[in-house]
Design a protein around this ligand. Structure first.
Ligand SMILES: [Zn+2]
Ligand SMILES: [Zn+2]
Length: 165
């Protein structure tokens, strides 16, 4: 699978969940929706992968603009928020995948989120739904998505891994 940012071939890494890492390029990480659901305390190797991505200098532009989903080839939605403590991620509303790039990971390192902040950020992301999805609203699917997002945000915060080790 090609990286949606720099077009390098991404490498599959298995941390108990499978993620695609842009090892030879921008160090971005791709999460399929099904894999996000499996995230739990056993995925400790993923903490190291995130740490490694943190150490990698960002080599794509901060203002890279919209990217296309590497699975569906349609534009992804960037969750952008103003507060310094929040992290921006790209979500595909079609397949439910998430892309996280190295610059975004740097923000995670620099900002610890409290549980309340994680909740607020999760709500904000979960409530950001494009119109075409609103019309097809499926309550169960939305609930699952909110759970996935919450797990994902928690996993991204470095405090999560530090509590664990
Ligand atoms: Zn890349
Ligand atoms: Zn997609």
């Amino acid at each position: 699978m090609k990286c949606p940012v720099c077009n390098a071939e991404m490498v599959i890494e298995n941390f108990g969940i499978e993620v695609y890492v842009c090892e030879n390029g921008c160090k971005g990480i791709w999460f399929d929706q099904g894999e996000l659901r499996k995230l739990d305390a056993k995925n400790e190797g993923l903490g190291s992968a995130l740490e490694e991505a943190l150490r990698s200098p960002r080599n794509n532009h901060g203002q890279r603009g919209q990217i296309n989903c590497p699975r569906c080839s349609i534009p992804m939605h960037t969750h952008k928020y103003d507060k310094a403590k929040e992290v921006n991620v790209d979500e595909c509303y079609n397949c439910g995948g998430f892309f996280l790039d190295s610059g975004e990971l740097t923000e995670i390192r620099d900002n610890r989120m409290s549980d309340a902040e994680i909740d607020a950020y999760t709500d904000q992301m979960a409530n950001s739904i494009p119109e075409y999805k609103q019309e097809l609203k499926d309550i169960d699917a939305e609930k699952r998505r909110a759970e996935d997002i919450r797990g994902f945000i928690k996993m991204m915060t470095i405090g999560y891994w530090h509590r664990r080790f």
